[in-house]
Design a protein around this ligand. Sequence first.
Ligand code: HEM
Length: 198
Amino acid sequence: MTNLNTPALRSQRLNQSTHAPHERLDRAVKAHDPFASREHFTPFVVAQYLFQSELQALYQDAELAAIFPDLAERCRARQALADLADLGAPVPAPVPGAVQQPSLGEALGWLFVSEGSKLGAAFLIKRVAVLGLSESFGARHLGEPAGGRAEGWKHFTRTLDTLSLSAEEEAAAEAGALAAFERFATLLQHSYAIAARA
Ligand code: HEM
């Protein structure tokens, strides 16, 4: 029997199953008061850089690029790196525990979270102006993607939603999305802890 509470589209199911971790992460980001000063904002950028740089191999993966032709351009590691330079912050050392060779299903879940985070970025970019930052200085990784934010997300989810996956791959996508939220939370905590010690 069809469960009426289960959305038909994969992207909506992933949205639903990551609702609670997204709420927790949203609260964790805000608890660090990232818009209070550049010093408060910088560890957030460090976390974004670490997350994006850990996903670089996925964004460059040939099998995934065959599914999402514009995948390589979607990665924001380069922008986050430039943001760190703008903010005068050193390039952080890698943090053990990065995702390693995920299965196709898991990779889709990780990419869903990384791409979805560009939606929240629309709200965050509006608040960086008080810090003298913008999508061309210090907050490049939150900037509007070429072709538009909503359009980019629509293209990504349309492709994601039309892939035919086995039940096992489907479950792996959900596990990958949950792992991605957990990883970002870890990197956020790590980045602010390092900054507090400095
Ligand atoms: C690393 C992953 C993510 C991080 C760090 C993140 C962070 C945030 C933060 C801090 C906000 C609050 C912005 C504000 O109120 O000023 C937000 C809002 C939002 N995020 Fe995320 N997000 C992530 C992933 C996602 C994903 C996967 C999706 C969608 C599939 C998403 C969709 C949204 C949307 C639509 C908003 C706007 C308001 C709302 O509905 O809560 N985010 N995000």
